[in-house]
Structure formats: structure tokens, C-alpha cells
Write a protein of this length. Structure first.
Length: 659
């Protein structure tokens, strides 16, 4: 009861502005829509669903065993480092690489693009990286990594006990840093001999991490009981093949503890790395050099504001922490704890004020452009923790919870787009049997590794505040089926979602064809889609009139197989009334059916007639008069045809067989 009273009193002492500031630690009043502006979450054990702040939204991107290369490959399991690689610097078009931390390691490369209409990430293409070239013997346990300044992806093999040399090149097979070009989905060839290479000069150890300070300097650590921090200085910019290797030796770490911690200094000690033997035995050489052991270094990152180096140690007691220091080239200064695993921090959420101890597991580290740090936890409660750039351990407490993972999982691999509007990360090995909806009503089970995108709500999905369209209704279109609408009132513009489901056994390739010459407005539709078997895509159609007014529009959408395109037929005329939302059934008759040379259409009003073959090709478009109309089929091939007949208020659809 005493603790509850203290918390209540503490909250009552805060002004509204103070409370908002502590709830929303990353908020800058001048940039209130920044990714880091969110109300902190209540820290608790994992539930069945993922929980993110109410200010944010997420989208499912991919899951374990999703098809790649039109079904000839599938994504691996155990999603780890999830890296957005911009194409030509774009924040809306790039590659998304996903490491699969398995004994026989894999990496998936997806080409993704943000649809500018509904702010949804689409997968354009996907394939696995080729690790089978004879230059290396595959990869094992590819873990965390980084995007290089020159646009390639580096990752570490978290293997410390490799004893094999299957290709006989002298290097033990696993425990190295690897560079991948996402554009070609291939491993680097430093010798230009057609064979893949790993970054041998960075030494063999249980690599889990790497970061580049610039195009000449990289930092990384060993994720094992002999956990050391290294710096690699390249012989020339962007040349990771050759360089000098250094390891950190720091003062007495116990001076960082207690009520009056003292920042430390340290020095870089060069480690031999020119011979194959030196590279294979990097850890033994490091121990001989008297380097400081930090026990299981999980990740390293560089603060974009100060340039300081941050790294995380997973050890459950001191020195388990996120550390920071300033690199002075030959030495380091101001080495101190940024966040401690065993320190009681006070955090404020929308529902409570808590004193929390992170306990263990600070793993991946990711900075945003304002220098705020996101700390992904592997162990404890497996949260994504958040600390502002101006947080100071034990004196200026600015920590919150950004994300809570579903049962059985840990968060991995977080990276941002260049504009820092979108974050990509993975949820590794969840075990929840519960489904969850994303921003686009896509439903997934949290029972296998999943990659997601997260952003502010204003930037993902439809936002009525910033778009001049409304969603009228949601409909499902199945393989070889048709939906049809007419008479939507349009005052500015109108949008319509179509959820397309492929119930067939092959991939559907969808392109968009607009037909008809009497549109009173323009039809804007999304780029082409490829829909895998037994999966769906949501498409948004936006109809924009040339001038403000009230319009009636009619359009049909016909689905088909992977050979033929979807067809949209659009027509429209200005009207003076409000129109109606849905068409009634048109009282019409089509006879005889089947027929040979001709058939008749009887209708009580003037109507428009459309006929498509089963490849969705428009065969005939004409106006029908009131009464009985003759349709000649002398030049038609035998087969089944789809007929659409509509007036301003009613419609009729049926199939007819011509023999």
C-alpha cells in the first residue's frame, strides 16, 4: 500500500505538461510526429499479442516459409537482423534483408516499395542469398549486422566452436564477418577470382554484430564468455579485405558502480591479423594481449549526434550494461554506463508508474536520427526499451518501453529508412497461438518468425486527415470471380479497397487495364501485384473527378489466372442527385442460354452492356434500349462469357455459353 501511495503522490505532483513529457519522452514539440514521439508502455510479462504504442501502427511483411522466386524458394526460420537497404537513397523503395539464424544459415532478400496511395509496403521480388559458391562452405547462425556506408549488408556468424575446414583453404569454416550485396544476393569476392570470401582480416570469433563509424572504421564484439570489443581500421576506404585490428583495454570496471561512478579511460591494443593462423586464433591472441573481457557483447552502434560508440553486454550482473565511450583514435575517454541491467529505473506509462530492473538481455541497439536509442532485449521480458539521447544513467532517468513482444519471442534486427519514418524488425520464434490484425487487416498467427514494419499511424495505411478519399466498403474478390459497383456519390474523390484472394494453385500476376472512353473522372490504382497461392492482397482504387461535384461511377473488376490481367471498366456521368451506394438487381432476361449465333437481352430501361471472355478481354460494350435487344455472336468463339448489364440504379451479372 505504501508503494501505491507513493506512486499516486508522485503523479499528482506532476503538471500536465510534465506528465505528458515523461509519458512521451522522445517528443519534440517542433517535431511531434517523429517516430520517437510515443507514450511509453507498461512493462509486464509477454502476452499473446505484440503491443506497440497507440501512436504507432504496424504491417506484417513476411513470415517463416513464405515463398520466394515465384515459389521456387522459401524464406528460412529464426528471423534475425532485418536491414532496410535504400535503392538510390530512397526511403520508399529498397531491399529488405532478413538473416535466418540457423545452423545452416540463410539470408532472404526482398525488394519492397511503399505504395504512395495507401502507404502500404509491397513485396516486388524475393530470393535467397547464394552461400553455396566453392569459395566458402556456406554460413552458420548469421546473426546481427549493419548497413555499410556503401550500401552492402554485413553480418556476423555467431559460432565460436568451428573446427572444420571443408574447402581446404586454411580458414576454419564459421565464425566470421560476411558482406552481402543485396542487389545481386551474393557474397563479396575480394580476390576477384569468382569465389566468395568472408572478411578474414576481422578475425574468427562468435561474431554477432558490427557497425561502421565511417567508410574506414568498423567496431564489433565477440558474443561469448570471452567477450571483447574490437576496432578495425581499413587500409583504404571501403576496403574491408585489408586493415589493422585493435581490441579495447579499459580501466577497473568496478569504478563505474556505486553512488559515485567514475568515467574511465582506455586504450586500443593492436592484435596480429595478417596470417591465416592469426585470423583463426583471434580470441587466443586477444587474451594474450590483456584486453578487457565484457562477457557476451551483443551489439555495437554509433550515436549519430555525438559520434560516441555504444555497445551492449548481456551479462546478468556487472558488467552487464549498455556502455558508451568517446574514441580518441589511439585511446578512449569518458567510458561509462548508459543503461545498467541491474539498476532500478522509474518509468511512466499511460496506466502506471513503475520501478523496473531490466535484468538481462540487452541485445540489438538501434539509434534514430535524434540520437535516441532503441534496445532490443533477448531475455527478461523481451521488450524493446527506449532511452532518449539525453538520458544519463542514475541521474537523469529517461527510459520507456516501446514494444512488447508476443509469447515465446524476442525482437531482432531493427533498422530505419533514411528518413527515419519507418522501422523494420523481426519477431523471432514466437509461440503464441493467437492471431493479430495489422494496419491493413492482414491476420497472422504469432507462431513463427515474422518481419514487420512500424511507423507513426499517420504514415502507414489510410489517414482520413491527410487524404481526400473515403473507403466505402471492403469486398473480397476470388479467383475467377467478379465484383461490381455503381452510383457512388463523389464530392472530392473516393477510394475503395478490394481484398483479392488467390484460391488457386499457381501465382496470380495482376496488371491494371482501364477501359472505356466516357470517364467523368480519373482512376488511380496501385502497381502490379503478385499473389501467392492461398494468400491475399488488398488493393485500393481511388477515383478523382476533374472538378468538385457529385458523380455517378460504374466499374467492374474481374479476376483470373496468372496469365491474364485484371480488367477495370470505368464510366461516369455527372448527376444532380446524391446517387445511391449500392445497385439493386436489374430486372433483365438473357435468352436463350446456351445459344449459338445470337441471344437476346430484355431490359425495362436503357442500360449499358459489357461482355468479357474468360481471359477478361472485353468482347463487346454497347448501350441497350428499353425492351428486347439482339446480340450477335457469329464471330465469337465457342466458350463461356461473362455479361454485365447496368443502369444508374440497378445491375445484372450472369454467364452465358456460346456453342
Amino acid at each position: 500500500m505504501g508503494k501505491v501511495k507513493f506512486i499516486l503522490a508522485y503523479v499528482m505532483m506532476l503538471s500536465v505538461n510534465q506528465l505528458y513529457s515523461q509519458l512521451n519522452l522522445g517528443c519534440d514539440p517542433a517535431d511531434s510526429l517523429h517516430f520517437s514521439c510515443f507514450p511509453g508502455l507498461f512493462s509486464e510479462n509477454q502476452g499473446n499479442e505484440m503491443v506497440i504504442p497507440t501512436t504507432h501502427a504496424f504491417q506484417f511483411i513476411a513470415q517463416d516459409n513464405d515463398p520466394l522466386l515465384n515459389g521456387t524458394q522459401v524464406m528460412g526460420s529464426y528471423f534475425d537482423f532485418t536491414c532496410f537497404v535504400p535503392i538510390n537513397g530512397s526511403s520508399t523503395h529498397g531491399y529488405l534483408t532478413v538473416n535466418h539464424e540457423t545452423t545452416t544459415g540463410k539470408m532472404s532478400v526482398l525488394e519492397i516499395e511503399l505504395d504512395s496511395i495507401d502507404n502500404q509496403w509491397d513485396i516486388l521480388y524475393g530470393q535467397l542469398v547464394d552461400f553455396t559458391n566453392s569459395g566458402i562452405s556456406g554460413t552458420s547462425r548469421p546473426c546481427s549486422g549493419t548497413l555499410s556506408p556503401w550500401g552492402t549488408v554485413f553480418f556476423g556468424e555467431e559460432v565460436s566452436n568451428s573446427t572444420t575446414d571443408n574447402n581446404g583453404d586454411g580458414y576454419l569454416d564459421y565464425g566470421w564477418i560476411v558482406e552481402v550485396d543485396p542487389q545481386t544476393a551474393s557474397v563479396a569476392d575480394y580476390e576477384s577470382d569468382g569465389l566468395q570470401d568472408k572478411v578474414w582480416a576481422m578475425g574468427r570469433m562468435a561474431h554477432e554484430n558490427i557497425v561502421f563509424a565511417n567508410d574506414s572504421v568498423a567496431y564489433f564484439g565477440s558474443d561469448q564468455s570471452n567477450g571483447y570489443l574490437y576496432k578495425y581500421v581499413m587500409a583504404s576506404p571501403q576496403n574491408v579485405k585489408d586493415g589493422n585490428l585493435y581490441v579495447l583495454r579499459i580501466g577497473n570496471l568496478t569504478q563505474l558502480l556505486g553512488t559515485t561512478p567514475v568515467p574511465l579511460t582506455g586504450s586500443w591494443i593492436q592484435i596480429p591479423n595478417s596470417s591465416i593462423a592469426d585470423r583463426n586464433n583471434c580470441i587466443a591472441n586477444t587474451i594474450s594481449a590483456g584486453a578487457t573481457n565484457f562477457y557476451y557483447i551483443e551489439d555495437v552502434d554509433v550515436d549519430p549526434i555525438s559520434g560516441d560508440v555504444f555497445f551492449s553486454s548481456k551479462y546478468t550482473t556487472a558488467p552487464g550494461a549498455v556502455y558508451r565511450f568517446t574514441d580518441m583514435t589511439d585511446s578512449v575517454n569518458n567510458f561509462k554506463i548508459f543503461v545498467a541491467n541491474d539498476y532500478p529505473y522509474t518509468i511512466i506509462s499511460e496506466t502506471d508508474t513503475q520501478t523496473v530492473i531490466i535484468d538481462l538481455g540487452m541485445d540489438n541497439l538501434t539509434f534514430d536520427d535524434k540520437g535516441n536509442l532503441y534496445m532490443l532485449q533477448d531475455g527478461g521480458q523481451n521488450h524493446i526499451w527506449f532511452a532518449t539521447h539525453d538520458h544519463i544513467h542514475d541521474s537523469l532517468n529517461k527510459i520507456n518501453v516501446f514494444l512488447k513482444t508476443p509469447a515465446g519471442s524476442e525482437p531482432t534486427g531493427m533498422t530505419f529508412t533514411p528518413d527515419y519514418n519507418y522501422a523494420f524488425l523481426s519477431i523471432q520464434h514466437p509461440t503464441s497461438a493467437i492471431t493479430q490484425l495489422d494496419e491493413f487487416d492482414s491476420t497472422k498467427y504469432w507462431n513463427k518468425s515474422t518481419a514487420i514494419a512500424i511507423s507513426r499511424k499517420e504514415l502507414l495505411g489510410l489517414d482520413d486527415q491527410n487524404h481526400l478519399f473515403i473507403v466505402v466498403e471492403n469486398d473480397t474478390i476470388y479467383n475467377n470471380d467478379t465484383i461490381y459497383y455503381q452510383n457512388h456519390p463523389i464530392n472530392t474523390s473516393i477510394g475503395k479497397y478490394v481484398n483479392m484472394y488467390n484460391s488457386g494453385s499457381s501465382f496470380i500476376n495482376i496488371t491494371h487495364i482501364i477501359e472505356g472512353s466516357n470517364q467523368a473522372f480519373n482512376l488511380i490504382n496501385n502497381p502490379s501485384y503478385i499473389i501467392a497461392p492461398d494468400s491475399s492482397k488488398k488493393m485500393l482504387l481511388i477515383l478523382t473527378p476533374p472538378t468538385e461535384g457529385t458523380y455517378t461511377n460504374s466499374y467492374s473488376i474481374i479476376s483470373n489466372d496468372n496469365i491474364n490481367p485484371f480488367v477495370f471498366h470505368v464510366s461516369g456521368n455527372a448527376i444532380n442527385n446524391a446517387g445511391i451506394d449500392m445497385l439493386g438487381e436489374l430486372d433483365t432476361k438473357v435468352f436463350p442460354n446456351p445459344s449459338r449465333d445470337k441471344f437476346y437481352v430484355s431490359t425495362p430501361d436503357k442500360c449499358h452492356f459489357l461482355c468479357y471472355d474468360m481471359s477478361s478481354k472485353l468482347i463487346l460494350s454497347k448501350e441497350l434500349n428499353e425492351g428486347t435487344n439482339e446480340i450477335s455472336t457469329l464471330k465469337w468463339k465457342s466458350g463461356t462469357y461473362l455479361i454485365k448489364i447496368f443502369s444508374e440504379t440497378t445491375s445484372h451479372t450472369e454467364r452465358i455459353v456460346i456453342y
